[in-house]
Design a protein around this ligand. Structure first.
Ligand SMILES: *[C@@H]1O[C@H](CO)[C@@H](O)[C@H](O)[C@H]1NC(C)=O
Ligand SMILES: *[C@@H]1O[C@H](CO)[C@@H](O)[C@H](O)[C@H]1NC(C)=O
Length: 392
């Protein structure tokens, strides 16, 4: 018969390696890559030409959110060199945490959510108006961040804009470019076409827009990130279907599509951020990788390859990004979030991190299921441990 300690350790091994919190990645206006909530810390990986070696700089500062939420996303406000974090604090899910990337300081903006569901939405931050537009359960909402680099004492409010024409079953895949929100995979809209919301006129364009190109992007769910320009609005966005087979780049100036390699980590829960010259993937194990990009240079782009952002991996190896809070985490101890190699996150306990993309994402529907799973496993584990103790 197995000894009780052996049984107990087998039991501990069986505890799901749930990742309880989500990091996010974003850029500052100089396109240094910022990585927030990695193993309880925040890092600056510097400019793109430095990502493949060395150590990212620890920029963890007071006033930061705990990064213990699920579906955490962050967004660069390019005019203000500010990063806005949604769902960075699970105890206060409607708070917007503001990182002033110039002053390297944090503040917390209180937000009245009203009936807006902070646990189930996708959002983009409009470049010119600095207004968030979010879709939740088929309804469009907005949240105006004005010119903020720091929180105001008065709470902001999510405002109900209007009902989308897409139905509440549509799981939004939305991307910003040229002050238009592009919706991929809308029911009855074919591959290679999107439906459009024109922000300045608060108008859902009735006809889909099609895009030319050798390969039409599929009309499926996926993740997006808008490429910045050195100034002005975004003109192109990347679309990565959930199967990760390809990266499509949609140009909304001449309405064309081009392609880049699909990410190495095929992860429907990865999130993405883009600078002017790179697309970055943060997968759900906390691994960060990138592919270089050059607008208008098809031959360079078709040869481009994904590579690890070694500078982040050096200070925050994949699998350690979560802060490990939550019931059940104590049962697994340090190994719980520390040792799972890339790609081993169990679907059953996955936290639906990143159906969100950094520039265009939001929280995923049903993401709180992970807590329920963890809690019930936790109680099961304690019951079994209690039984073992009794036998002893
Ligand atoms: C591209 O699509 C947009 C949105 O439908 C449209 O306003 C614009 O005229 C199109 N551009 C070209 C060059 O066809
Ligand atoms: C559209 O513009 C992009 C970016 O400049 C360029 O790479 C692409 O070749 C253009 N496509 C067409 C069909 O003109």
């Amino acid at each position: 018969m197995l000894s009780l300690p052996t049984l107990a350790s087998l039991l501990l091994l069986a505890v799901p390696r749930t990742v309880y919190a989500d990091p996010c990645v974003a850029f500052d206006i100089d396109f240094n890559l910022l990585a927030f909530g990695f193993g309880g810390k925040d890092f600056n990986a510097g400019p793109q030409d430095s990502w493949t070696s060395g150590d990212a700089t620890d920029i963890t500062a007071s006033g930061r959110p705990p990064f213990d939420g699920v579906g955490t996303t962050c967004y660069l406000a390019q005019f203000f060199n500010a990063v806005y974090v949604l769902n960075g604090d699970k105890a206060n899910p409607s708070d917007v945490h503001i990182y002033d990337a110039t002053k390297k300081s944090w503040s917390t903006q209180k937000v009245t959510a009203g009936t807006f569901d902070t646990s189930s939405f996708k959002a983009i931050l409009d470049h010119d108006t600095n207004v968030f537009y979010a879709i939740s359960h088929g309804e469009m909402w907005s949240l105006d961040l004005g010119e903020q680099t720091v929180a105001k004492s008065d709470a902001l409010s999510w405002t109900d804009v209007q009902t989308t024409p897409y139905g509440s079953d549509y799981d939004p895949t939305m991307a910003l470019a040229q002050n238009h929100i592009h919706f991929i995979g809308v029911p009855d809209v074919p591959a290679g076409s999107v439906d459009i919301f024109v922000i300045h006129f608060s108008f859902f364009q009735p006809q889909p827009q099609s895009y030319s190109g050798a390969s039409a992007f599929p009309a499926t769910h996926g993740q997006t990130a808008s490429f910045f320009q050195s100034e002005g609005v975004q003109q192109e966005f990347a679309f990565i279907p959930d199967d990760g087979s390809m990266t499509y780049v949609i140009n909304v100036e001449n309405n064309s599509t081009s392609t880049l390699a699909g990410p190495t980590s095929k992860d429907p829960k990865a999130q993405y951020a883009a600078s002017i010259t790179a697309l970055v993937q943060l997968d759900s194990t906390g691994a960060v990788s990138f592919i270089p990009y050059k607008q208008g240079d098809a031959s360079t782009n078709s040869a481009a390859k994904w590579a690890t952002v070694a500078k982040i991996a050096a200070v925050a190896p994949a699998g350690t990004s979560a802060s490990g809070t939550g019931s059940g985490a104590s049962a697994t101890g340090a190994s719980g979030v520390g040792t799972a190699p890339a790609g081993t996150r169990l679907p059953a306990s996955g936290t639906a991190t990143g159906s969100a993309s950094s520039q265009t994402g939001g929280a995923a529907a049903g993401s709180n299921g992970a807590f329920a799973n963890a809690a019930s496993f936790g109680s099961l584990a304690s019951a079994l441990l209690a039984a073992l103790a009794f036998l002893q």
